[in-house]
Design a protein around this ligand. Structure first.
Ligand code: RP5
Length: 282
C-alpha cells in the first residue's frame, strides 16, 4: 500500500524564521518536485552563523566538501529514515518537495539533519485516582512539554543527534538537559535518581521515524526525527520528579493532552500517535 505522506506547510509560504526573507509562495499542488514548475526560482539563504561551526557542513561549492550522500559519512549520518533522497546538481532535494527557499537556512547539514524526540507521559491524577474526561470518559494523559527559547512555542523536549551518538542516548540526554536542567546539576548529585532515570529510558516505544515539518527546513536541508514514548504508568519514576527548564527551554510543565494542543513543527502529529497507543482522551 502506498503511504500518503503529509504535505509540509510549516516550512512553506511564510518568512524564514528570524529573517525578512519571504519564501516563494507554493500552492499544495506545486509542492512535489515531479510536478513541473518551470519558473521556480526561490531565494537562497544559508545563515552566516554556520560558518566554521563544528556541527555544520561546509558550503556546497567548497572544493574540499565531498559528502557521501545517502550514506553513513564517517560519523555523520547522511541517510534518510525514509529511503534515498534525490541529488540534483550536487545538492540534496527536500523529501517532501518545494519549500520556496533554497540553501541551508539555519540547519547544519545539507540533506537530513537528525533529531530525536522523547515523549514522556504520565496519567493525570487526583488523590491517586486517574482523572477521566467527562465527555469521552477516557483517562487524561499528560506529557512533559517545554517552551522553546527561540520562538516561545511549546514542544516535545527534542534535540539533534550528535555525530556518532546512539539515538537512545540522545533521547535521554535531551530530556535531562531541557526538562530536568541536568547541565546545572553538580556532577555527583543524586546518583540514585540518575540510575532510576536511565532505567526508565530503557523502556520506550517507537512512535514515529521520518521527516519533520520544521519551519527551518529548506529545499536542500530538513529535519528528520525518531520519536519515542516513555510512559510512567505509576507516576513514580520520572512522573514525580520536579521539572526544571534548562538549555534551549525557557519553561517546562506536564501538559494535558487533547485535540486543542498547538505545538511546534509536527509535534501534535507525534502526540496523536501516543494517544492511539495509550487509548486516552483526545
Ligand atoms: C524539531 O526540532 C525536532 O522534532 C526536534 O524536536 C527539534 C530539534 O531541534 P532543536 O530543538 O535542537 O533546535 O524539528
Amino acid at each position: 500500500m502506498l503511504l500518503k505522506r503529509m504535505v509540509h506547510y510549516k516550512c512553506r509560504n511564510n518568512k524564514y524564521p528570524f529573517t525578512d526573507i519571504q519564501r516563494l509562495i507554493i500552492s499544495d499542488d506545486l509542492v512535489p518536485w515531479n510536478v513541473e514548475n518551470k519558473n521556480y526560482n526561490p531565494p537562497e539563504y544559508t545563515s552566516k552563523s554556520l560558518e566554521n561551526k563544528p556541527y555544520a557542513d561546509k558550503n556546497i561549492t567548497d572544493p574540499s566538501f565531498n559528502p557521501k550522500w545517502n550514506e553513513l559519512d564517517g560519523s555523520i549520518n547522511r541517510k534518510s529514515h525514509e529511503g534515498p533522497y534525490k541529488i540534483i546538481n550536487n545538492v540534496p532535494l527536500n523529501l517532501r518537495g518545494r519549500t520556496g527557499l533554497s540553501g541551508r537556512g539555519y540547519l547544519g547539514r545539507w540533506g537530513p539533519n537528525h533529531a530525536a524526540d522523547p515523549i514522556v507521559t504520565r496519567w493525570k491524577v487526583n488523590n491517586g485516582e486517574i482523572i477521566k474526561n467527562l465527555i469521552t470518559m477516557l483517562p487524561i494523559l499528560q506529557f512533559c512539554a517545554i517552551q522553546r527559547k527561540d520562538n516561545n512555542e511549546w514542544a516535545i523536549p527534542g534535540g539533534m543527534v550528535d555525530p556518532g551518538e546512539n539515538v537512545s542516548e540522545t533521547l535521554k540526554r535531551e530530556f535531562m538537559e531541557e526538562a530536568l536542567s541536568s547541565l546545572e546539576l553538580p556532577q555527583d548529585d543524586s546518583i540514585k535518581e540518575k540510575e532510576k532515570i536511565s532505567q526508565f529510558f530503557k523502556q520506550g516505544v517507537e512512535i514515529y521515524k521520518g521527516y519533520v515539518d520544521d519551519p527551518r527546513n529548506t529545499d536542500n536541508a530538513w529535519i528528520e526525527t525518531v520519536a519515542f514514548n516513555f510512559h510512567d504508568e505509576s507516576g513514580d519514576a520520572v512522573g514525580r520528579l520536579s521539572l526544571k527548564a534548562g538549555d534551549d527551554a525557557k519553561n517546562v510543565k506536564w501538559m494535558d493532552i487533547d485535540k486543542n494542543l498547538e505545538l511546534y513543527a509536527s509535534h501534535e502529529e507525534f502526540i496523536k500517535k501516543v494517544v492511539e497507543l495509550r487509548k486516552c482522551h483526545w
